[in-house]
Design a protein around this ligand. Sequence first.
Ligand SMILES: O=C(O)CCC(=O)C(=O)O
Ligand SMILES: [Fe+2]
Length: 314
Amino acid sequence: MPDALQFPIIDLSFPDRFSIANLIRQGCVDHGFFYLVNHGVDEELISKVFEQSSNFFSLPIEEKMKLVRKNHRGYTALYAEKLDTTLTTEGDSKESFYIGPLADDLNQWPLEEDLPSWRSTMETYHQKLLSAVTKLLSLIALSLKLEEDFFEKVGALIEPLAFIRLLHYPGDLNSSSEEIFGASAHSDYGMVTLLVTDGVPGLQICREKSKQPQVWEDVPSMSGAFIVNIGDMMERWTNGLFRSTLHRVLQPRQDRYSVTIHPFPFTCSVISCVICSWGQKIEMLHSLQILAKTVLWNVWKAVALSLVHQDSHP
Ligand SMILES: O=C(O)CCC(=O)C(=O)O
Ligand SMILES: [Fe+2]
């Protein structure tokens, strides 16, 4: 049996920023994952977010569907989303609630009389997380031997499109299919993802996605820490030096809750490779193009797959 995964622990309050930056580099090159502690988000606030998340998901489905997802904000029901579009199953066995940038007024909120303090808890959490993300990005810049304010200078942090996702993986579904996942295999689109779970296991990573058969390893959660992973945009930004690692969540045997934040850079910031050497291709892309490329790739895969299925099942 392989040893349990060990990711570096990054302490955001540690005074020696250069040694922390080196540790980040190691985590991002080896696994694309690390733990973040002393991140400035109170444990009490995190517990409140989990409590409010569970309050929302416990509402009757008719109530939840009143806030069904629009403009990438709101409720997504069980099986409505499938992160691995190559699977032939109906969808991932999780329900979710998305909260986008606070400034644009597109978010949907439960009524205050139904879930008191729900909106204010989520808004506070959104703000606190963005400030942790900003600090973390300056360390990531240092870890790439860039100026601390590199990401600010390229405009990535002007109105970043930060999305919080509240996730609930029900534990009582009794599905016998091996192909049903809480979240099927995927990598994240953005710069970095910060994840906090309730401690119920399920998250796994695959370090070598092209190796067959794929090897999946459990990611242990760490009390009070965020699990941070590198997304596709950062992988592109670093010319593949930092890894956007394939991961998935198994269907749990008891209810599992988690909360993620996915900050996307401002849509017009330039994602040019910051690590280049002779012979390597220097790409200049806008974050929107990277997103569009990923979306187009997924659409293409889905269309190709449906054609294959039509052929084999006339
Ligand atoms: O719930 C988790 O542990 C991970 C969720 C995830 O990978 C995602 O939302 O992108
Ligand atoms: Fe993910």
